[in-house]
Design a protein. Structure first.
Length: 257
């Protein structure tokens, strides 16, 4: 038993128009209305954030962004600053493997993004995870530890305790392959909490909420959520429709005390 409230977050990626986004969040809001024990978050594309935030106002579903730039303002064509997200979102995903691999986001950038978000009162959802090759070569532990340590440089224990981390093995994202719940729990509990304990102490390691991500869906969420170190899920494909996403939140509420 711990004090970590489960958190199920939908990462919509580059999907949904503004109108589709509003329809989807209205359905999600209605579907999770009476759920108190699980935090539900939706992360739509930037342009839908104001409409989604409005549709969800005074409700229980939180809003997150999918990315941010690390400078306060300036000549950064196409980028979005944390000050623009402040007041609009509670969370922001950083370091997603798609951003690292397609857009060249480095560990240094991820660290800078964490810092600018925290300075603006937005909670980072920090993504880490190894590739298939690294997994097969037995490098998961050292690689993920390195990503965690690099992302946290210069953060206080208090800031780290308030983070959300998402462990997403890259080979499980969008592929239908999932890490077994025991495997995911091991990497989350031993590798990620272990890295945080080494840097900040056991109390901080036990406070931070750590999600699993990668083909999480209604069929496997209960098995994932009954693992002691898994505190939620970052959900891609299954977050794009009301029924599977609501089912995941409800199943999480059923299996967590
Ligand atoms: P998936 O994506 O659930 O579609 O595998 C998860 C993610 O990339 O966050």
């Amino acid at each position: 038993m711990n004090n970590r409230k489960p958190i199920i977050a939908g990462n919509w990626k580059m999907n949904k128009t503004i109108a589709e986004a509003v329809t989807l969040v209205r359905g999600i809001r209605a579907g999770v209305r009476e759920i108190e024990t699980v935090e539900t978050v939706v992360c739509p594309p930037f342009v839908a954030l104001p409409s989604v935030a409005e549709a969800l106002s005074h409700g229980k579903v939180s809003v997150g962004a999918q990315n941010v730039f690390y400078e306060e303002s300036g000549a950064y064509t196409g980028e979005i600053a944390a000050s623009m997200l402040e007041g609009l979102v509670d969370y922001c995903i950083i370091g997603h493997s798609e951003r690292r691999n397609i857009f060249g986001e480095s560990d240094v950038w991820v660290n800078k993004k964490a810092k600018i978000l925290l300075a603006h009162g937005i909670t980072p959802i920090l993504c880490v995870g190894e590739s298939l090759e690294q997994n097969q070569a037995g490098e998961t532990d050292s690689f993920v530890r390195g990503q965690v340590a690099a992302a946290l440089v210069g953060l206080s224990a208090e800031q780290v305790a308030g983070l959300v981390i998402a462990y997403e093995p890259i080979w499980a994202i969008g592929t239908g392959l999932t890490a077994t719940p025991a495997e995911a729990n091991r990497t989350i509990g031993i590798t990620i909490r272990g890295a945080i304990a080494d840097l900040y102490g056991e109390a901080t390691a036990q406070a931070v909420r750590i999600q699993y991500g990668g083909s999480a869906k209604p069929d496997n969420i209960a098995d994932l959520m009954t693992q002691p170190d898994i505190d939620g899920a970052l959900v891609g494909g299954a977050s794009l429709k009301v029924d599977p996403f609501v089912a995941m939140v409800r199943k999480t509420a059923q299996v967590t005390p």
